[in-house]
Design a protein around this ligand. Sequence first.
Ligand code: SF4
Ligand code: SF4
Length: 296
Amino acid sequence: MIVAVASGKGGTGKTTVSAALVSVWEAPVIATDLDVEEPNLHLFLRPEISETIKAFLEVPVADETRCTYCAQCADLCQFKAISVLGETLVTFPEMCHGCGGCLSICPEGALSAGTRELGEISWGRADGAAFLMGRLRVGEAMSPPLMRAVKGKLNEMIAEKSADVIIDAPPGVSCPAVNAVMDADVILLVTEPTPFGLYDLKLAHKAFQPLGKPMGAVINRAGLGSTSVYDYCSESGVDIIAEIPYDPDIAKAYAGGNVITEVSDNLQTLIRNLATRVRSMAKNTAKNNVREALHD
Ligand code: SF4
Ligand code: SF4
């Protein structure tokens, strides 16, 4: 089972919820930080990293002695990462998405594969959980290629350990956030009961709804602010599956890099109940999928 913990904006408690879920998860689990632009799950889980590797993207390198300036590569590239200006060929490796199309289309074999460093992938263990994270290189603008590389490693780890996965997704609703939740069985939308929380919850709900995954809302700092988030959830059919109370002790735990299940037995029970609820959402979806398959 893959659970993605997402939010329409940063600072709502997404990583707090991810770390807390990992801490109570009963089955083998891989805690995965896919927020590669600003990973911080490790600050709470404090993993022992066993290996770190660099990830690269294949980008074209031109040999102008072979190039006939036919411009087929430039016409093919939808990202404008390669251009032909008269008798000059220019590549923009930082704009390349690594599709490899130009390399395969060049009739003269004038393009070969070079590399652009995307960042690092690290893995190890955090107490009972396996741990995996990506970190984008400073100056690298595109996170999806590194996320793909992290997911590749994640698939290897799932095959090795047959474990569940809890993903700390990037905040927002842009391409990296959608990329992080698209393989999940359940998406948790972490929000807070404020006008900003409502605005971002609506964005996230609408962005992820077309994926057809079961979604549930986790209200963080419950008791603070307005009821509009509750109204929205009720009107739009989003189940509120946990409410984490507004509590200075939780804020202190967060500031100290501690997992909130360490704050009190009540919080531990609350997060355990959340984990049970998530499991049952995933099971119901699996059952429905089997029913639909039998119907087909
Ligand atoms: S497709 Fe090959 S030969 Fe044509 S412009 Fe590009 S690099 Fe040069
Ligand atoms: S590999 Fe793909 S994205 Fe990169 S320059 Fe070639 S066609 Fe463009």
